[in-house]
Design a protein around this ligand. Structure first.
Ligand SMILES: Nc1ncnc2c1ncn2[C@@H]1O[C@H](COP(=O)(O)OP(=O)(O)OP(=O)(O)O)[C@@H](O)[C@H]1O
Length: 258
């Protein structure tokens, strides 16, 4: 569904590389997470796919078609995009925010209204929220609207950049699980950037670990959790277990550092 081949991007004309020679494939229906340290190239990689950033070299294809050959409007319709602090239009109510892409695509008003209701149901928001303004929503509710907006024109691919990053852990967990169900039900293909290794492990079918612009590891969570030969990958993937051990230690000894 998504194919990257030797994708490279430098923001300074070739001295430093945000992304270097990145290749991977995301098959239709897969849920793939990208994890890695700050500045490792996760966001840049994601944005080269919907052409918010143009790669310097390498090739990217969606269902076998090079992205340069797809008209930008059509590309954005096929690819939903959700990012942290979603950027809802503050002067437009929830329904108008969700319906913006269908409207730009020339859908009929009735169709847009029906789709908006369907999407509110899908992301578990009350239908009455259609007339609320973004400022009248909680952070978690805003992110749900963001997911609904990204899904409005029925894309087959979802790119998500820390979609639930700024939320409290309970809301984050609930939205993650909820989205994974949605992904399965709607047969989406999802590529999600997250800082949270546990989130990646629990939601994704496969995890890409990035380091200094390159792919340091690529495999299913179980495989990456199991004594990976690369020490940095092992340290990163072991994080949830180390935290769990510390919590256990707190319960048993009253301290987290022993
Ligand atoms: N528009 C830009 N101009 C110049 N440099 C940039 C730009 N965008 C990203 N970079 C640089 O490219 C590198 C990769 O950035 P990127 O945002 O892809 O990393 P990331 O892994 O998503 O980081 P984080 O987890 O902190 O969000 C960083 O060194 C960053 O400073």
């Amino acid at each position: 569904m998504i194919t990257l081949n030797g994708v490279t991007k430098s923001f300074d004309g070739g001295t430093a590389f945000a992304v270097r020679n990145v290749s991977f494939e995301v098959p239709a229906g897969a849920f793939v997470a990208i994890v890695g340290g700050s500045g490792s190239g996760k966001t840049t990689t994601l944005k080269t796919i919907n052409r918010l950033i143009d790669a310097d070299s390498g090739s990217i294809a969606i269902e076998g078609t090079p992205i340069q050959a797809i008209e930008p409007h059509a590309l954005r319709r096929r690819i939903g995009y959700v990012f942290q602090g979603i950027g809802l239009f503050p002067h437009m109510n929830v329904a108008a925010n969700i319906g913006i892409t269908p409207q730009l695509l020339g859908w009929r008003t009735e169709e847009i209204r029906a789709r908006t209701i369907e999407l509110l149901d899908l992301v578990d928001l009350p239908r009455e929220f259609a007339t609320r303004m973004p400022s009248e929503l909680s952070g978690g509710q805003r992110q749900r609207v963001g997911v609904a907006r990204a899904l409005a024109a029925r894309p087959s691919i979802m790119l998500m950049d820390e979609p639930f990053g700024a939320l409290d852990p309970l809301t984050r967990d609930a939205l993650g699980v909820n989205y994974r169900r949605l992904h399965d039900r709607m047969k989406l293909t999802t590529l999600m950037v997250t800082h949270d290794v546990l989130e990646a492990v629990l939601l994704a079918d496969r995890i890409l670990v990035m380091r200094a612009g390159e792919i340091a590891a690529d495999g299913p969570p179980r495989e990456l959790l199991n004594d990976h030969p690369d020490i940095e990958v092992r340290t990163l993937m072991d994080m949830p277990r180390r935290q769990s051990t510390r919590v256990q230690s707190l319960l048993e000894n009253g301290a987290t550092h022993r």
